[in-house]
Write a protein that binds this ligand. Structure first.
Ligand code: NAP
Length: 300
């Protein structure tokens, strides 16, 4: 598995394992969570993606319980987590609306909660989860810089930011923003053409791709586009003796910006195969066969 240097002495595995769905698994015991982590580590997948809100504010603690039982795992992992989305939840009965909060007070509280929930003493990469129209970039930037200075987080970045959101926040920061986690897949490839990824590529910033398999739609949607894509993916998968998800991930890995896919399967057998995508060799023509099947027409 390739390592990708994000700068600030932080490197991640090229494929990341996402823990959004951790609590949806019928087995979320520490033993099973550890088995998933071990299956990743055995393939060189050392980077794990969390958020304060995942699983209705429960996923970080599920990971934390597993790490408490097997503390030796922590030093083999890079842990990414996020903050700023304020969900309507039984846990916060006073909230009347879903909203975003990038105030220094909320970022600090959220980081402290994440550290405590995951039983860790630092976060490797903290991301702002969504751009907040009320973000005061000076306040938010200073809060993120201070967390790096304090050593509570090794690096900071963002998620779902447009280029202008990124430019605004970076203009008020001393620490570099290290990545932007975006929705990118064959089913949602706008970021590749709307300037968001191009702007990161110009700055040599690696984007992360969330829901790289369209959140599973690639496999279970009956719409014509997905059906055509499955055929196109299947032809290449057969030729290279891999499964179709590996080809869909290889399509992302082929992009010259150095995309880091964040994989979300809960299935242990599928987790054991995640590294296979690295071996897939897509030609430029094969890339466009998949792209055209995905957008539903020939390129102009
Ligand atoms: N920053 C953000 O705003 C944001 C938003 C969403 C997600 N994320 C991150 O991205 C990660 C990945 O998102 P995701 O879970 O939507 O990613 P995904 O990998 O695109 O989708 C995972 C889903 O696809 C299914 N799947 C995978 N391989 C399959 C196969 N071969 N056949 C049938 N079904 C298959 C999985 O079911 P099984 O479990 O049964 O395999 C699971 O339900 C999350 O965990 C989270 O860390 C970030």
């Amino acid at each position: 598995m390739n390592r990708v240097n994000l700068g600030s002495e932080l490197s991640l595995s090229q494929i990341i394992y996402g823990m959004w769905r951790l609590g949806d698994d019928s087995d979320s015991s520490p033993k099973h969570v550890e088995a998933k982590i071990q299956a990743c580590l055995e393939q060189g997948i050392t980077s794990f993606d969390q958020a304060d809100i995942y699983g209705g504010y429960a996923s970080e603690a599920i990971l934390g319980t597993a790490l408490k039982q097997s503390p030796a795992l922590r030093n083999k992992m890079e842990i990414i987590t996020k903050c700023d989305i304020m969900l309507l939840s039984d846990k916060f009965p006073d909230r009347s609306v879903k909203y975003y909060d990038t105030s220094a007070a909320h970022i600090n509280t959220s980081v402290d909660n994440s550290l405590s929930n995951m039983s860790i003493d630092h976060i490797d990469l903290l991301l702002l989860h969504r751009p907040d129209p009320l973000m005061d970039h000076h306040e938010t930037g200073a809060a993120l810089d201070a967390l790096v200075q304090l050593g509570k987080v090794r690096g900071v970045g963002v998620s779902n930011f447009m280029s202008h959101d990124w430019a605004l926040l970076s203009s008020a920061m001393k620490s570099p923003l290290l990545s932007n986690q975006l929705e990118i897949s064959l089913l949602n490839s706008e970021a590749l053409t709307d300037g968001t990824v191009a702007d990161l590529q110009r700055q040599a910033i690696h984007p992360m791709a969330w829901s790289p398999l369209g959140g599973g739609q690639l496999f279970d949607s009956s719409d014509e586009r997905c059906a055509n894509l499955r055929v196109a993916l299947g032809d290449i998968a057969k030729e290279q003796s891999v499964d179709i998800s590996s080809v869909a991930v290889a399509w992302l890995l082929k992009h010259p910006s150095g995309i880091l896919p964040v994989m979300g399967t809960n299935n242990l057998d599928r987790i054991k195969q995640l590294g296979q995508a690295i071996e897939v060799d897509l030609s430029r023509e094969q890339w466009f066969v998949l792209y055209e099947a995905a957008v539903g027409h020939e390129v102009a």
